[in-house]
Design a protein around this ligand. Structure first.
Ligand SMILES: Cc1cc2nc3c(=O)[nH]c(=O)nc-3n(C[C@H](O)[C@H](O)[C@H](O)COP(=O)(O)OP(=O)(O)OC[C@H]3O[C@@H](n4cnc5c(N)ncnc54)[C@H](O)[C@@H]3O)c2cc1C
Length: 392
């Protein structure tokens, strides 16, 4: 046991979850080695919404202020009917929202949230950030964990956290429940510069245009200098991995007949990137001995509640707190961490699917959506999402 305690904790993957975990663990005094397969620590461009629950987690690791520095604070979330233009619901995100949840709502660039965690990690002398380090195999001998790297190196740690995303190798090894579920929904994403957006189309809010089997979201990013666009539609096309080449004709076929505000914004985009949206059924156990999972590796979810990165950050904070409470028994700490997290993350996985159905409703279901959401006061809207935003 004494030997293991002198070793670092191995973190597989240096995305948002991996870096958040490394930083949170370092604040509790654990040395960490982050093993990232890519040649550099980098996130590709697109927006991320940050609910008040992520700020509750960030408060606990002292990063709220830096996260807000480059973020945009939208005035409201708005849902409109993509065929009629009618307002379905508008939820104010200003003072009343902050008074209700004690935390703000913000939107940020993926590179910016990742950059906040990366800089925090770089400033810690307990964290070693390593690129070109693909983990090909792991073995837990009960006292230490060994990761076999692409280079042939055998990296030894006192424990290992798989933060290796949707197609996690670590999960394959310790859960072994096959590939993720392909949802049949595809997201096209693009980021424009502010000056590329016509003034009459630019809005300070998070706007969601709900259409039949489609939706389109836009909001400003990076202190208002950028504009994020996400178009989602149902399709059976399947390409594993994020950021594949997009096919603009397929997009146009799905959005034909929608409001001019939608079509004019879609027309501004020259290059889209495409994501095939996948998730998994929630599970109760994602730890085995000295190995555990975090973020998308543990509980991949559809993006409809905009919570994957928020959940990964919550995981990171809880994992570090549980590890600090039982530093000499990390397998027990990992059990305690997953017990803390599985119902919360499972609820988000399931509810994200429900929200997707709601966004893409047609016919009577779309009328019902209008009836259910249309008459709500802001306070009723806040109460409706409190299960998510009040938690952490
Ligand atoms: C269209 C879309 C919109 C979204 N919008 C939001 C939003 O608004 N708000 C929000 O909170 N979330 C959002 N999300 C979800 C969020 O992006 C993810 O949940 C989050 O990025 C997951 O982080 P992660 O660190 O767990 O995984 P990833 O970001 O996938 O990182 C995994 C890392 O592990 C590395 N890796 C993989 N395998 C290995 C290996 N064998 N060895 C070494 N390294 C490895 C990868 O290179 C990568 O760097 C969205 C997702 C999508 C697809």
């Amino acid at each position: 046991m004494a030997k293991a305690n002198g070793l670092p904790i191995l973190v597989v993957g240096g995305g948002i979850g991996g870096l958040a975990a490394a930083y949170a663990l370092s604040r509790k005094g654990f040395p960490v080695r982050v093993l990232e397969q890519a040649p550099e620590f980098r996130e590709l461009g697109a927006g991320i919404q940050l609910g008040p629950n992520i700020f509750r987690a960030l408060d606990r690791i002292g990063l709220t202020e830096s996260m807000l520095a480059d973020a945009w604070r939208p005035e409201a979330q708005e849902m409109r009917d993509a065929l009629t233009g009618e307002l379905v619901t508008r939820i104010p995100l200003g003072d009343a929202f902050v008074a209700r949840f004690n935390e703000p709502y913000a939107v940020t660039h993926r590179a910016d949230i990742h950059g906040v965690f990366l800089r925090a990690c770089q400033q810690s002398n307990l964290i070693s950030l390593e690129n070109n380090q693909r983990v090909d195999d792991i073995a837990d001998d009960g006292e230490t964990v060994t990761a076999t790297l692409q280079s042939g190196e055998h990296a030894e740690g006192r424990a290992l956290i798989g933060c290796d995303g949707m197609w996690s190798k670590t999960r394959e090894k310790i859960v072994g429940d096959g590939p993720p579920r392909v949802s049949g929904h595809i997201a096209y994403r693009a980021v424009l510069r502010r000056e590329e957006v016509p003034d009459d189309l630019w809005r300070p809010d998070v706007v969601l245009w709900a259409g039949p089997r489609t939706h389109f979201v836009h909001y400003p990013l990076r202190r208002g200098t950028l504009y994020n666009l996400v178009a989602v539609f149902h399709s059976d096309r399947y390409v594993e991995g994020w950021n594949a080449e997009a096919d603009a004709d397929e997009l146009w076929a799905h959005f034909r007949g929608q409001r001019p505000e939608v079509l004019r914004l879609l027309e501004r985009i020259e290059t889209w990137r495409m994501w095939v949206l996948c998730d998994r059924e929630p599970i109760k156990e994602w730890s085995k001995g000295r190995v555990t999972l975090l973020g998308d590796a543990a509980h991949p979810m559809l993006q409809y509640l905009a919570q994957g990165a928020c959940m990964a950050t919550e995981d990171a904070v809880w994992l570090a707190e549980k590890a600090a409470a039982q530093p000499d028994d990390l397998p027990a700490a990992f059990e305690s961490y997953q017990l803390q997290r599985y119902l919360r993350t499972g609820q988000v996985q399931i509810m994200a699917r429900v929200y997707g159905e709601f966004y893409h409703a047609r016919g009577v279901a779309a009328e019902l959506r209008k009836m259910m959401l249309g008459g709500r006061t802001p306070e009723q809207s806040y109460d409706g999402i409190a299960w998510l935003y009040d938690g952490m």
